[in-house]
Design a protein around this ligand. Structure first.
Ligand SMILES: Cc1ncc(C[n+]2csc(CCOP(=O)(O)OP(=O)(O)O)c2C)c(N)n1
Ligand SMILES: CC(=O)[C@@H](O)[C@H](O)COP(=O)(O)O
Ligand SMILES: [Mg+2]
Length: 629
């Protein structure tokens, strides 16, 4: 039953409700989130934790005039439901449907597009500053999790905001969890704030005190403590220039609403520390928030089924197994993850090699420079990182690793199309952004077996090497158990054909082989985007009328561009058709469908080749291959 929720088409409807009805609304909203996510899949634990906070924020603030800026945005399903998108929740993360994250074009209530973490305070500060400059009476609120709070960018923003004299509210949504259990000194500090006398004081003084202006409450509390001869230290956030309020119970609307109402009238930077529970209200998610962070579809009455023995391992699993095997063989190996232990396949490695496992928190920049430091001292760091998140650490990769030519291995997961998470998470740019950096090499395994072998090749180099592989499983080739490397920088011919040669970089080798069967084309498994196997390229170019490059990555500056550069340098004018991701952001949706829309499935590759080289139907053997367009 969602009888009350059904009456809420916008936050204006919500604001008309008498306050006592809000708890019923929260119960209905929570039930709706659970039901909806169980049907579509998506982020669950974080959303169950933000139900009351979302209601309170929209109840107190005049959205969309006031700006709510959510960090990461994976916890915005209650926000989407309350802002006119309830009906469309069934389309979540599907092609043409709602995004799993805030998107400015999707709703006027989505003040800022996001999905990479720790941007909210900067963006909200920008909005608060703009309001001040323009003389507008508008509030800006950043809602940031304890995990996201640990990133450098969040602290850069606090540092700026604390002296900016803007009406900015930062709400710290502290559930004592990142995707996995949180790490680091900030987490320890937040735990102290929660368990220490601050929380006790807030609890004891109860709701009445929270109804008075919080700064007065803080002042009164301090005076009282000092009178007892105790010195209450200012919180870290006060030292940054914020007025710190809390911690308060983020599931108690009777605390949240009056506290926010008070804060709304305060001037200058405010910091509200709210304590919530990931998975709140769904016992299974409360007990295992990691498993329910981003589940697929499931029956809420039963919960997630134990994973069946997979028919084919994912690339992530192949990497995780390789990491353990390589670590057993070489004690210099250390593994680093910026807060993505599960997603990057490091669970087993942490268990077996706890002293050589480093979860540095959501801190990609630090992760890479930390790896550089380890490498300086003779260790062999493997940074396990999603392609999209390495974008955060681009300068660190160049300045700290490549320039000093340090032997760091980048295990680049989620390279290419990722599917439901959409454009923010697509690993579209790593080939262009890595291959232009001196000293860096980049391997593109075509399947699981090659992935393992190329990781070994990478590990044995004395310079930085990235190995890119996609989300999910490959074609299902047998993965060797040994640690045999493949030759560095060398490709191989996989199929001999006539006239046209397809040069495949990565997993699109397999659709390319199917297209080649229909066209009787040659297929080369290039394996390395850098160094390019120029000798093989020139040899193949010399005996074909046309070349086709295929990659699951941005066309501009990608592996196809590398081929063009090499041909140009050698004075070879063989026509080249480049196939890859177009100059557009890849939306969310089913990965196979997205690949097909980009023309990168077997049928699309075949079609593009026929069209470009004027090969109608299956008549690939008629003379005079012509280049069209
Ligand atoms: C730059 C970046 N690195 C990593 C991630 C992956 N990621 C998404 S949510 C998340 C945990 C966030 O924890 P927190 O901010 O506490 O939010 P919670 O899930 O606890 O609500 C991580 C690591 C990301 N989105 N962006
Ligand atoms: C919000 C976020 O960044 C992660 O939760 C991400 O959605 C995980 O993606 P994978 O499912 O590919 O690990
Ligand atoms: Mg958290």
């Amino acid at each position: 039953m969602t009888s009350l929720l059904d009456t809420i088409e916008s936050p204006a409807d919500l604001r008309r409700l008498p306050r006592p009805q809000l708890s019923q609304l929260a119960a209905e909203l929570r039930a709706f989130v659970l039901e909806s996510v169980s049907r579509t899949g998506g982020h669950l634990s974080s959303n169950l934790g933000t139900v009351e906070l979302t209601i309170a924020l929209h109840y107190v603030f005049n959205t969309p005039h006031d700006r709510l800026v959510w960090d990461v945005g994976h916890q915005t399903y209650p926000h989407k439901i309350l802002t006119g998108r309830r009906e469309r929740m069934s389309t979540l993360r599907q092609l043409g449907g709602l995004s799993g994250f805030p998107v400015r074009g999707e709703s006027e209530y989505d003040a800022f597009g996001t999905a990479h973490s720790s941007t909210s305070i900067s963006a909200a500060l920008g909005m608060a500053m703009a309001a001040r400059q323009k003389g507008e009476d508008r509030k800006a609120v950043a809602i940031i999790g304890d995990g996201a709070m640990s990133a450098g960018m969040a602290f850069e923003a606090l540092n700026n905001a604390g002296v900016a004299e803007c009406d900015l509210l930062v709400v710290l949504n502290d559930n004592d969890m990142s995707i996995s259990p949180p790490v680091g000194a900030l987490n320890r500090y937040l735990a102290q704030l929660m368990s220490g006398r601050f929380y006790a004081a807030a609890k004891n003084v109860g709701k009445n005190v929270l109804k008075v202006a919080p700064p007065l409450f803080e002042l009164a509390k301090r005076l009282e403590e000092q009178a007892k001869g105790m010195v209450v230290p200012a919180t870290l956030f006060e030292k940054f220039g914020f007025n710190y309020i809390g911690p308060i119970d983020g599931h108690d609307l009777e605390s949240l609403v009056p506290t926010l109402e008070n804060i709304r009238h305060l001037k200058g930077p405010q910091f509200l520390h709210v304590v919530t529970r990931k998975g709140q209200g769904y016992k299974l998610a409360e007990a295992d928030p990691v498993a329910y962070h981003g589940p697929g579809k499931f029956d809420p009455l039963v919960g997630l089924k134990p994973p069946a023995a997979p028919a084919k391992p994912t690339f992530t699993q192949v990497f995780g197994q390789w990491l353990c095997d390589m670590a057993a063989q070489d004690e210099r190996l250390v593994g680093i993850t910026p807060a993505m232990r599960e997603g990057s396949g490091l669970v087993e490695f942490e268990k077996r090699f706890p002293d050589r496992y480093f979860d540095v928190g959501i801190a990609e920049q630090h992760a890479v420079t930390f790896a550089a430091g380890l490498a300086c001292e003779g260790l062999k760091p493997v940074v396990a990182i999603y392609s999209t998140f390495l974008q955060r650490a681009y300068d660190q990769m160049i300045h700290d690793v490549a320039l000093q030519n340090l032997p760091v291995v980048f295990a680049l997961d989620r390279a290419g199309i990722v599917g439901a998470d959409g454009p923010t998470h697509a690993g579209a740019y790593d080939i262009p952004y890595i291959r232009c950096v001196p000293n860096m090499s980049l391997a593109c395994p075509a399947d699981e077996g090659e992935c393992r072998a190329l990781l070994t090749t990478a590990f044995h180099q004395s310079h930085p090497v990235a190995v890119r592989y996609p989300r999910g499983a490959g074609v299902g080739v047998e993965v060797p158990q040994d640690l045999q490397p493949l030759p560095f920088g060398k490709g191989e011919i996989r199929r001999e054909g006539a006239r046209v040669a397809i040069l495949a970089f990565g997993t699109l080798l397999y659709p390319a082989l199917r297209a080649a069967d229909a066209l009787d084309a040659t297929v080369v498994n290039m394996r390395w985007a850098k160094p390019l196997d120029s000798a093989l390229l020139l040899e193949v170019a010399a005996r074909h009328e046309a070349l086709v490059t295929v990659e699951e990555g941005a066309l501009m500056g990608g592996a196809g561009s590398a081929v063009l550069e090499a041909l140009q340098a050698a004075g070879v004018s063989t026509p080249v058709l480049q196939l890859g991701l177009r100059d557009e952001f890849i939306p969310h949706g089913d990965p196979a469908r997205l690949l097909s829309l980009q023309g990168l499935d077997a049928a699309g590759i075949e079609r593009s080749i026929r069209e470009r080289f004027d090969l109608p139907g299956s008549d690939a053997n008629r003379p005079g291959l012509k280049v069209v367009g």
